[in-house]
Design a protein around this ligand. Structure first.
Ligand SMILES: NC(=O)c1ccc[n+]([C@@H]2O[C@H](COP(=O)([O-])OP(=O)(O)OC[C@H]3O[C@@H](n4cnc5c(N)ncnc54)[C@H](O)[C@@H]3O)[C@@H](O)[C@H]2O)c1
Length: 274
């Protein structure tokens, strides 16, 4: 079960899971055409896939999806709470509606997914996995995308607490919780990102352009999926697409250890060689 499966990382995970691992995939997204096209591509290649319209902001939609999937396809072995959106611009220029959308998709969407699917996973004895999409941004600070960075810190915290709660409730032997931290993976997230309507429009758009340049050097989503599945299979908790995500985690630990104030990044954003 992959939310936000219509593009980028979600689509890469779906392609890898269906084609390389032989998994049956449920492709959930608000972009119906995108998931229908991906479903056609996968089934034409002999893989098992269904597409479904689902807005992760709606708790009832996730509950219905969990119910329908259990009835029609059986137990979900891997839930990927992947749907996410970006937002550029100064925090004080951010439209309230954009802030709310981001919180609803990136944070509430993960919660609704957990609430709909986790009890079913815990209630049946099979092995199952839950992956929540945090980010390299979940262990760092970065200007001109504060709502996004905030949401990715939140998802990481949710995932760490969930890991503990599954153990506390006695289900860690069969329900496995893992945090996914992509670094730079080719996707549509920067094109579809929200901007600002008032204030410093140029700062927001310059940041979008800088991030779009990063996309050119970003990892292929199917390659990223392979890395995530391999790390998950070896029991890692923090699934990292690239080595520099681990470096960012170490840098974060160092900042906190030495209680250093955040440092403003300088120069162009680049994707470090791995
Ligand atoms: N691409 C990267 O380098 C990168 C880095 C770090 C973290 N991430 C995280 O990975 C996840 C996937 O991002 P991506 O880069 O592949 O983005 P993307 O924009 O390519 O794909 C996101 C998908 O989510 C869908 N979506 C948006 N709102 C939705 C909603 N309300 N309900 C259901 N689906 C919805 C979109 O239609 C789209 O198909 C996000 O959570 C993102 O924060 C991505």
């Amino acid at each position: 079960m992959i939310t936000g499966a219509g593009a980028g990382i979600g689509a890469g995970l779906a392609r890898y899971a269906a084609r390389e691992l032989g998994m049956a995939v449920v492709l959930a997204d608000v972009e119906s055409a995108a998931v229908a096209e991906l479903r056609e591509e996968l089934t034409a290649a002999g893989a098992r896939a269904v597409d479904v319209w689902c807005d992760v902001r709606d708790p009832a939609a996730l509950e219905q999806l969990a119910e329908r999937t259990a009835a029609e396809s059986g137990p979900v072995r891997l839930l990927v709470n992947n749907a996410g959106v970006e937002q550029f611009g100064y925090l004080w220029d951010t439209p309230v509606a954009n802030w709310q959308r981001l919180v609803e998709v990136n944070i509430n969407g993960v919660f609704h997914g957990i609430k709909a699917f986790l009890p079913r996973m815990m209630a049946e004895p099979g092995q199952s996995w839950v992956w929540n999409l945090s980010s390299i941004g979940g262990v760092s600070a970065s200007p001109l995308q504060a709502p996004y960075i905030m949401s990715k810190h939140a998802v990481l915290a949710i995932t760490e607490c969930l890991y503990q709660e599954v153990e506390l409730a006695g289900h860690a032997d069969h329900v496995h919780v893992q945090a996914v931290l992509p670094g730079a993976v080719a996707s549509n997230i920067f094109e579809s990102a929200g901007a600002v309507e008032d204030g410093d429009l140029a700062a927001a758009e310059d940041h979008r352009s800088a991030m779009l340049k990063v996309k050119a050097a970003a990892m292929d989503p199917v390659d990223a999926a392979r890395v995530f599945f391999d790390q998950a299979a070896s029991g890692e908790f923090y699934l990292r697409s690239q080595g520099f995500v681990g470096d960012a985690m170490s840098a974060r630990a160092d900042v906190l250890t030495h209680r250093r104030a955040p440092v403003l990044p300088t120069g162009e954003f680049t994707v470090p060689a791995d």
